[in-house]
Design a protein around this ligand. Structure first.
Ligand code: TRP
Length: 333
């Protein structure tokens, strides 16, 4: 009888290790990964080379963040028995495929990539490095080396998915390589706002609640978050639809939302109480996460093992893929 585990479809998703993960990652991608790991062969790429495209001056930060991000993933419930963790820089197949794929990608396609443009603006780049401009090509290699079926991503990654599919089609057309075309799996939840009311909770924007924050810090951050600025006294009618705290209630405390919405609109609950409700709920959600984190923080050798073993598995798969593509491209004697 066929081994059913071999028939499971493969998921690959990645994080740039440039800092610790926060509640936005939790709601937007981590929870989804935890659900998916039961039904798919799950691979999590710690994209350290991609992180260096913007943080090449901080290699130590990247190195520390590899552990942080792996522990963030493990502490929310990714199970090392089900999910394979990969350190990108230790997979030569990705570097090799990046070079081969780069033959087929016009520079202007990269220059017009909307995510590259946005990030270049965010980082204030006027003159882009070859590595930064080309990271979407390397991201295609991340996905193809593993022959992933599905790639869970946020909408900012869609241009990279389009490029990946184009590269795969082109390689199949030109060289009959028979590569699998991957599909994106768009995150089911909208982006979480920052504590400052900004459009996005960000790793380095100073507006995030990190998964590694303790209870007291979480309470302080929530207490200082921006709410409906038109509301000065408790009895002033509030506008939940524009309030960051209410957006968090929606994301993490949905069943209490009708009641909170009503009492805010009527001016019967104050922002302080509303924030305390939220902080208590978040601390409840994070209690088991913090417990797991403590375990892994005390067993960093185990975390290292998980990454090293996972990377070995990735290399076995990657070497086969590279051989297949090189043969198709007549790069063997
Ligand atoms: N670019 C992704 C991000 O910034 C990280 C990433 C790297 C990734 N390689 C990937 C995501 C491969 C999906 C698949 O979040």
């Amino acid at each position: 009888m066929a081994d059913v585990s071999n028939l499971k479809r493969r998921i690959l998703t990645g994080d740039r290790p440039t800092g610790k993960l926060h509640l936005g990652h939790y709601a937007g991608s981590l929870l989804n990964r935890v659900r998916l790991q039961d039904d798919y062969e799950t691979y999590i790429l710690l994209a350290d080379v991609q992180a260096l495209t913007t943080h090449f001056q901080s290699p130590q930060l990247i190195r520390d963040s590899i552990f942080e991000v792996a522990i963030d993933n493990l502490s929310v419930g990714l199970d090392p028995e089900k999910a394979t963790f990969i350190q990108q820089s230790q997979v030569p197949a990705i570097a090799e495929l990046t070079v081969l794929f780069s033959l087929l990608v016009p520079v202007n396609v990269l220059r017009h990539n909307p995510t590259i443009k946005t990030e270049a603006r965010q980082y204030g780049y006027t003159d882009l490095t070859y590595g930064f401009l080309g990271y979407p090509v390397s991201q295609a290699a991340d996905i193809v080396f593993l022959e992933a079926d599905l790639v869970p991503v946020g909408d900012d990654q869609l241009p990279h998915m389009e490029l990946t599919k184009k590269i795969v089609r082109r390689i199949n057309e030109l060289y009959h390589a028979g590569l699998k075309e991957p599909m994106e799996l768009l995150s089911p939840v909208p982006r979480l706002k920052g504590l400052d009311g900004g459009a996005k909770m960000g790793k380095s924007a100073g507006n995030a609640v990190f998964l590694s924050d303790d209870e007291a810090l979480l309470e302080r951050k929530i207490a200082a978050a921006k709410t409906d600025t038109a509301r000065i006294r408790k009895t002033d009618p509030g506008h939940p639809e524009i309030c960051t705290i209410y957006a968090y209630h929606r994301a993490f405390n949905d069943s209490s939302c009708p009641e909170i919405c009503e009492s805010c609109t009527k001016g019967t609950i104050g922002c302080r109480d509303c924030k305390q409700l939220l902080a208590a709920r978040l601390n409840g959600i994070l209690a088991p996460v913090r417990e797991k984190r403590r375990y892994y923080e005390q067993h960093t050798d185990l975390v290292r093992d998980i990454i090293v073993t996972g990377t070995e598995t990735a290399n076995r798969i990657g070497n086969d893929t590279v051989m297949k593509i090189k043969e198709a491209m007549s790069l063997s004697l």
